[in-house]
Design a protein around this ligand. Structure first.
Ligand SMILES: [Zn+2]
Ligand SMILES: [Zn+2]
Length: 111
């Protein structure tokens, strides 16, 4: 979550009321931390309530709701692609690393 000044606080404020997972309807204990912006351009997080079963943990105290995790994966796949295109074709490049990127890209294609 971000505080009012837009700084990452690293923690999720748990309300005493019950919240329900927006995906499956079970009691939710986590909130989506996917960064978004308000129409005014202020940094905030999605804050959709999600249960542990539906949340994807992306870091300490950071979780994504299913739609945002898909967006995140699409973004990561695109970043991979750009990295691959940016790789110089010159000799001396670590071919093993290039192959790893290649394999990852193929996995994304299967989705
Ligand atoms: Zn759920
Ligand atoms: Zn979200």
């Amino acid at each position: 979550m971000y505080d009012a000044a837009g700084n990452w606080t690293g923690s999720v404020t748990v309300d005493v009321r019950n919240h329900y997972c927006k995906t499956c309807g079970r009691v939710a204990t986590l909130q989506c931390d996917y960064p978004t912006r308000t129409r005014a351009g202020k940094a905030r997080t999605c804050d959709a309530w999600i249960c542990q079963g539906c949340a994807t943990e992306v870091g300490p105290d950071r979780h994504h709701c299913p739609p945002h995790q898909r967006q995140h994966e699409a973004w990561a796949a695109k970043a991979d692609e750009q990295l691959r295109l940016a790789l110089p074709g010159a000799p001396g490049i670590n071919s093993e690393a290039a192959q790893a990127v290649e394999t990852k890209g193929q996995n994304h294609d299967e989705e």
